[in-house]
Design a protein around this ligand. Sequence first.
Ligand code: ATP
Ligand code: MG
Length: 409
Amino acid sequence: MKEDEFARLCREAGGKAYIVGGWVRDFLRGAVPKDKDYVVCGLSEETFHELFPSAERVGKSFPVYLVRIDGTKCEVAFARRERKAGNGYRGFDVISSPELTIEEDLYRRDTTMNAVAMELPSKEIIDPYKGREDIFAHIIRPVSEHFREDPVRALRAARQSAELSFDIATETFEAMRACGYELQFEPAERIFNEMVRALRTSRPSVFFRALRRADLLEKVFPELHALIGKTQPVEFHPEGDAFEHTMNIVDKVSAAVSSEIARFSGLVHDIGKGVTPEEMLPHHYGHEIKGGDILEKWNQRMTMPKTWYQSAAFVIREHMRAGRLEKPGKIVELLLGVDRIPIEPKEFKEIIRADHKTLPYYLEYIEEIIPILKSVSGKDAPVGFRGKKIGEWIFSEQIHRYMEWKSKI
Ligand code: ATP
Ligand code: MG
């Protein structure tokens, strides 16, 4: 069904249809809009069923349907109002009725830029909370004092500020701060999910800095908060403490590679510095070991995909020595280790480049060397070699081929 037809059917039955939220925001700011969400007003569920018999109801406690419009399955929600009745994002009483207006529906939304609608088919913009003004001024502002009732709004504001390069208004920071208490009821997956989305942006640091400014970083990512004030030797780190360094690295890695796992690995490479005792500062001896324990605890609190955990654990453990190995055997071991983790060799290389600023030749050419090492096969081992002996032969052959490669560069 075409969108025009969808809107016409709603109108003919006495209702109204709108595109709402992010699509309209992106349309207004001249960006390529993504998925479309619709809201309908003035229709009962029975009428809606009659009009669109193949619509699939997905909302549990309020009417939300999936309808195929212009070839894509889109969410069509009935206008609704919310009233805070308990803790967490589920703690809302929801009222949905055909009498509710689009203005009332927009009132429950998080920020003014997301509380805009486009009436169909007229394409008239409905903007009761001055979202357009804020979109043009690049400002993220809450729709109402209800912002604080759902703490994920604070994470969304921080993430969308990174995504859109919009500023967060002072009043928004206050509202985000007020989300602190409710955050304890927030499922870890929702927090992790927002972080993943922040890691997809070109400057994830904006997300973490916004949370810090709203006094939420300690609650949401205590491992990163612990890096604040952890001094480092100025000759290596003119940028400041371990938190500033981490923000630098996550942005640099994000400029170089698109994988969220690699960006995350860059983000956490130094989390071990968060537990350095005061008397050791500005040095952080052993942080590559302590970091592994911190990651493990983080993973217990907020289960992350295995691929994320494995890559991050490897980067934490190896990032110090990766840039300064000399013995061929150690170099070969490192490169084979890189080959076993889920991130690409190039991604590992870019994390180390961001951290160390320069690269040893064995990392600069890592994509070339790994296939050479992997071309060694146990089948070519001398006749009669078995088990452990084959393994040793493979390793020595790999070192040999590595040396051969090195002699040619
Ligand atoms: P994106 O570009 O990432 O899709 P979006 O703002 O469209 O951003 P969605 O998750 O698609 O995000 O949500 C659609 C709309 O629903 C938002 O624009 C906003 O109006 C509303 N919304 C989403 N999450 C919340 C929330 N936690 N509280 C209030 N309103 C929300
Ligand atoms: Mg959207």
